[in-house]
Design a protein around this ligand. Structure first.
Ligand SMILES: [Ca+2]
Ligand SMILES: [Ca+2]
Ligand SMILES: [Ca+2]
Length: 350
């Protein structure tokens, strides 16, 4: 297998103003189900307690927001927390970051055992994490009075229940909440942010030119020698390719810093190989942009094209659609010929 890598540059684009950063739900552990809660607070009657629970990120992410539920014991006499803290730990409980005294939004949701509970949200965080499993927590900060408890639920998502630590209560090391409460619980929390890098698989394809012989869209997902095969047909026009395939995918990334297009293809072994051309659809100019052109190889060959020049124009605004076009031109062959496509993918990076 041969690999060609091309770095695209110098394509100018006047229509590619940066779009607002899209925030998506990276992890959702569900709502507070009003069964249990645990001390999670700082500078209240308690020096400090932390409750954390796990979230798994399949891709590298940037966390921008965190939401959880807090019961304010005795309603803090109507006062509000002065700030909140957010913590992120590795899956071995090593601290990645602890952000203190953050601004927050708080909304009354209901009562739990006679005390009000609130949904607290922190936004504007900028925590970049490699893919993996982490423990996260949030807590309000008081002024030496009252108490605060984090709302739990029994979804038991991730790989473990919630964990808790409070030197003040005699638990200086992390313990599972089940060890403290007698029942296993998760924390009800949601993590917001965006993925740093997304592998986008083909969702659909069409063969506007040529005859589709075999293969379905899932054959494009892996380099596994399972192919889409297409044979030539008569030329529709001298200027058009004999074989054309268009592939579509969808990304959650709205503003990309880089798009890498990877294709693995081969053409019949002919006296003269056809020209293979790759193009991406530019949604800003509504036209196709050629990103690679080469003689089609007779054996499976990977072509990787890196687009760093305003790649966001290749993503449909709002819908997130990507379109790739593969063309093969008349090689002047007198016998039937064809191509096979083993793999097409986009890697979209923020
Ligand atoms: Ca969990
Ligand atoms: Ca192959
Ligand atoms: Ca394949």
């Amino acid at each position: 297998m041969v690999i060609h890598q091309i770095l695209m540059s110098g394509i100018l684009c006047g229509h590619c103003a940066a779009l607002a950063t899209a925030q998506v739900v990276l992890w959702d552990n569900g709502e507070f189900d009003r069964r249990a809660s645990i001390s999670c607070e700082r500078d209240t009657l308690v020096d400090e307690s932390w409750a954390v629970d796990d979230a798994i990120f399949e891709e590298a992410v940037v966390i921008s927001g965190y939401r959880w539920y807090t019961i304010l014991w005795e309603d803090w006499a109507g006062e509000r927390p002065v700030a909140v803290d957010v913590i992120v730990l590795t899956d071995r409980f090593e601290k990645v970051v602890e952000l203190r005294d953050l601004q927050y939004e708080m909304k009354f949701v209901g009562d739990f055992r006679g005390f009000p509970y609130y949904r607290i949200e922190v936004h504007g965080l900028d925590i970049t994490l490699p893919s993996g499993r982490y423990y996260l927590g949030g807590r309000p900060v008081g002024q030496g009075r009252f108490q605060a408890f984090t709302g739990l639920n029994n979804t038991l998502l991730g790989r473990t229940e919630a964990f808790w630590r409070s030197k003040w209560f005699g638990f200086p090391n992390w313990v599972s909440v089940g060890a403290v409460l007698g029942t296993r619980f998760d924390i009800a929390f949601t993590v917001f942010g965006h993925v740093v890098r997304e592998e986008v698989e083909a969702e659909s394809f069409t063969v506007p030119l040529g005859r589709h012989l075999s293969g379905e869209v899932s054959d494009l997902h892996e380099s596994d020698d399972r192919y889409i095969t297409i044979r030539n047909r008569a030329l529709m026009a001298m200027t058009l390719p004999m074989i054309r395939m268009e592939v579509q995918g969808t990304t959650a990334v709205e503003t990309a810093s880089r798009i890498t297009v990877t294709v693995e293809t081969a053409a019949s072994n002919l006296p003269k190989q056809p020209l293979q051309r790759l193009a991406l659809f530019d949604y800003a100019t509504e036209s196709w942009v050629t990103i690679d052109e080469r003689t089609a190889p007779p054996v499976d060959t990977v072509v990787e094209v890196i687009i760093e020049d305003a790649p966001t124009r290749f993503i449909a605004p709002g819908a997130g659609q990507l379109k790739l076009r593969l063309d093969w031109f008349d090689p002047g062959a007198t016998t039937p010929w064809g191509v096979r496509i083993d793999h097409t993918t986009w890697t979209v990076e923020r």
